[in-house]
Design a protein around this ligand. Structure first.
Ligand code: AMP
Length: 383
């Protein structure tokens, strides 16, 4: 008997989601959306964009009228990067819900505006001075404590567009080297640890949280994330309170990730969380939720943006992530990674470039001690 194959059906998707951007975050959002019955369209000029492999690829600039017209046919539009051109948002306004919306994006793509808005929402940040012209350099370093990091207000990511400074002379040089563009000078924070937490807010106002994750950076780029974070009791509750305040104050619709510096508390002092940065979307530090047994950050963003039922996304066991960033001449030991128990490989199908994020490996373990042991083995396999 010839085996029969079920005929393809022409079922309607449950919903269609548009995404501005087609990189690895859009790829993983689409991979989370498909099992929910949700189809995805990405607007992305790169012909080799990672998301083209699992979504309809509208291959055009972000401001392309025909591409944007296609997105207006979706149930909602979200994004995978914050620097969406204002023209694109203007074209979509009033024709399809864009989540998060334009006002929130205007804040989160501009460091100075973001920090001011964080403080308005009651969150604490490092000391900072906004520098938009040369006279503002005067006295700025003293005002932030004598040592700082100068960061461009716009278009900085993964440690790019930043310089450490410890004298007025260095500050002047750094500002010129960054192109004398508007910047924020932040005081240097002697943090104990770096942690992050994501919050999702549905259009109904319902709020849900991701796990508190501990992050280690290398050369300004995330190297590892670990859950649970090794932090004092009460830190996660404190991070959630801050995240809720920001989500509600900023009227978030969608998902937002906060990166924090954790300052160790004294004998009768609570540890203190300062918000370093906010990303209005899923974040590299949340990738470990893909294999953690619970809802993933990607499914959480899809659900929040489409107004589907939403709950906290909490790993069911200890887990970690190691980023695979392009390093010349040395490739990860894939056979070794495959052979290591608890690993899950995620590749983005991007061309190799030095310093480029090309994939990540998630790791799960039944307990914290096993996780730590496996994590040091895994790190040795990924240059
Ligand atoms: P960012 O691009 O702002 O996330 O910075 C990248 C990394 O640089 C952070 O994750 C920290 O490890 C470090 N960093 C950024 N700002 C500061 C600061 N004000 N004080 C100390 N370290 C910082």
């Amino acid at each position: 008997m010839t085996p029969t194959v079920a005929p393809a059906t022409d079922q309607q998707p449950r919903a269609t989601l548009g995404i501005l951007g087609g990189g690895q975050l859009a790829q993983m959002l689409a991979l989370a959306a498909l099992p929910l019955g949700v189809r995805v369209k990405v607007l992305e000029p790169d012909p080799y964009a990672p998301a083209r492999l699992c979504a309809d690829h509208l291959h055009a600039p972000y401001t392309d009228p025909a591409g944007l017209e296609e997105l207006t046919k979706c149930d909602a539009v979200t994004l995978e990067f914050e620097n969406v051109p204002v023209e694109a948002l203007d074209t979509l306004r009033g024709r399809v819900p864009v989540r998060p919306g334009a006002a929130l994006l205007e804040r989160s793509k501009h460091r100075a505006r973001e920090k001011l808005a964080l403080r308005e929402a009651g969150a604490q940040t490092a000391a900072f001075v906004v520098i938009e012209s040369a006279p503002e350099l005067q006295g700025a370093l003293r005002a932030v404590g004598g040592r700082g990091i100068l960061k461009t207000s716009e278009l900085g990511y993964d440690g790019k567009g930043q310089a450490r400074v410890a004298s007025d002379f260095e500050l002047g040089q750094a500002w010129e080297a960054l192109g004398s563009v508007p910047c924020v000078l932040e005081g240097f924070v002697e943090f104990g640890r770096e942690v992050s937490l994501a919050v999702a807010r549905a259009p109904s106002g319902q709020v849900a949280f991701g796990p508190l994750v501990e992050n280690v950076h290398r050369d300004g780029i995330l190297r590892t994330s670990v859950y649970p974070a090794n932090v004092p009791d009460g830190t996660e509750a404190q991070a959630r309170n801050i995240a809720r305040a920001v989500a509600e104050n900023w009227k978030l619709e969608g998902l937002l990730t906060l990166e924090f510096f954790l300052l160790p508390g004294g004998p009768d002092q609570q540890p203190q969380l300062l918000v370093n940065e906010v990303a209005p979307r899923v974040h590299n530090s949340g990738h470990l939720t893909q294999d953690s047994g619970g809802l993933s950050q990607f499914e959480a963003q899809v659900r929040a943006v489409l107004g589907l039922p939403l709950s906290d996304w909490r790993p069911l066991h200890p887990c970690a992530m190691v980023n695979y960033v392009g390093v010349e001449e040395v490739a990860p030991d894939w056979a070794g990674i495959d052979a290591l128990e608890g690993t899950r490989i995620h590749l983005y199908h991007k061309a190799f470039r030095k310093g480029r994020k090309l994939g990540h490996v998630n790791l799960i373990a039944p307990d914290g001690a096993t996780l730590r042991k496996r994590l040091s083995q895994l790190e040795a396999l990924i240059p």
